[in-house]
Design a protein around this ligand. Sequence first.
Ligand SMILES: Nc1ncnc2c1ncn2[C@@H]1O[C@H](COP(=O)(O)OP(=O)(O)OP(=O)(O)O)[C@@H](O)[C@H]1O
Length: 590
Amino acid sequence: MPEERERGAGLRDLLSFAGPHRGTIILATALGLVGALAALAQPLLVGEVLKSVRTGGSVFQPAALLVALFVLDAAFSGFQGYLMGRTGEGVVFGVRRALVGRLLRMTVAEHDRRRTGDLLSRVGTDTTLLKAALAQSLTNIVVGVVVFVGAILLMALIDPLLLAVALACVAVATAVVLVVATRVREATEEAQERVGTLGAALERAIRAIRTVKIGRAEDREEEAISGEAGAAYEAGVRAAAYEALIGPATNVALQGSFVLVLGVGGARLASGDLALEDLVAFLLYLLYLVGPLVIVFSSFAELQQGLAAMGRIREVLESPVERSSGATPGPEHPAAPVARLDRVGFGYGPDRPVLNGVSFEVTGPGLTALVGPSGAGKSTVFSLLVRFYEADSGTVELNGTDVRQLPLNELRGRVAYVEQDAPVLAGTVRQNLLYANPDATGEDLNEVIGLANLHRFIEKLPNGLDTEVGDGGTLLSGGERQRIALARMLLCKPGLLLLDEVTSQLDAGNERALKETISKVTKRCAVVVIAHRLSTVVEAGKILLLDGGRLTAEGTHDELLENSPLYGTLVRTQMIEAEGLSNGDRSLKA
Ligand SMILES: Nc1ncnc2c1ncn2[C@@H]1O[C@H](COP(=O)(O)OP(=O)(O)OP(=O)(O)O)[C@@H](O)[C@H]1O
């Protein structure tokens, strides 16, 4: 029953995507029907030509009509093919657009849960299967069914009893086809799943190609990934085998019905209940059924493949997307803290609690440092502030407004986040810098380049700002990526800047330069930095110490040294590194 429902839903989805092309589909179906009628009339005209030859009449008229029908049939079927091909492409385009929109708006939690390569295969290969289902199957089924029903009606007029005999065989064939089509769908679903896993496995390896090489894992990866390709092959072959059953099953059923009709019809002929010409006409119509029936049945199997793909596509289209508050945020409350967490609890699922009753305020402008052992939940706090995830309990506020009440665009315009691994996108340095604020002026751009100390780096590039950075910024050093990511965020002129270990990949010189940048920025806005270096921590106006998801201490460096044994341990055990300290600061370490 659920499967039935799913099949119905798949067909409804397919038809809803075909909806905008309704007109073209109807036109193509009408052309198909006219073509079928033209084909139907051809034997009659051939008979007319032969009759004219036999009786010595003029063959010109029926022959000209016959040629006209040939041309009409060819032109219509060609045009129909083009229209349906175009519709198939149109539907695929629509589905791909919907998928892309959904994927970009999907929640971060959902992206964390899914495998990127599998998602990519749904946009690529699954949508292609839809095209085949739509471009041929739907119209073929409609045209085939109409022709089939027409022939059945004519046969019913000739002899209902013979029709019942013939239909009994067709019913057997239909049952076989329905069973086979279900198997085709299951095998196709499996093949597509495997193709998705193949994509995910390949994406995983290519994304970490340096690790693959240094781990000498090429052969192992090749074997594992090829294994998925092999499984997809096997499932595909199984689908092809089931599909191949459809033609013979249809033919056997029709041949069987031919023999039965001949037997029953012969007996009725002998008893005088049926005229010879009626029996001949009936048999001819039965022969005529073969084509449409084979087409309908094989199109039905093809449609099943499309529905299998639709199931995978629908799964993405129904996945959760970020909800942006529709409310217009009220005015900012100037007296409210820039950011405030109040008894926040959060976990990545019920069995992965991370934050427990965390409360703190960030009043700006100025520098706040978030420190704590690895895995304490520091990056998670940032994720909640930009609403990649939502708190399970308590509130997260920005300028006095709950982040859930702020439209996402507004929220992410006010808070800038430079992530731990400083993602840089394929494209030029300029495109990367302007990514979050494409309308920034040249003056603003120059200012942030100066602030992020990127001037000399850009001057040395072969094409300056228009130099390509490689996929994921692979042509840049870690430090360069950090500074580009920081400059990109500064261009948005945020009220709150979140920096996740931005100094971790920098050498002493670059770190000093970046710290200068940060100290300039702290005069403009509130900066919260997840810091592993004592030099950054010492300069912070406030330090928040997170341990095991709880805020265990809060204060200045001196206050924490005095009050928090864990902080003292972090400093002593170099979990907060002392690199880059001035001489004065070094005494702290001693
Ligand atoms: N997307 C996620 N899904 C499930 N668990 C996660 C996810 N992200 C982080 N975690 C887990 O949540 C905990 C806190 O992670 P978080 O990244 O916030 O720690 P952190 O203090 O920033 O650590 P580090 O200093 O090492 O970066 C860790 O145990 C981590 O394994």
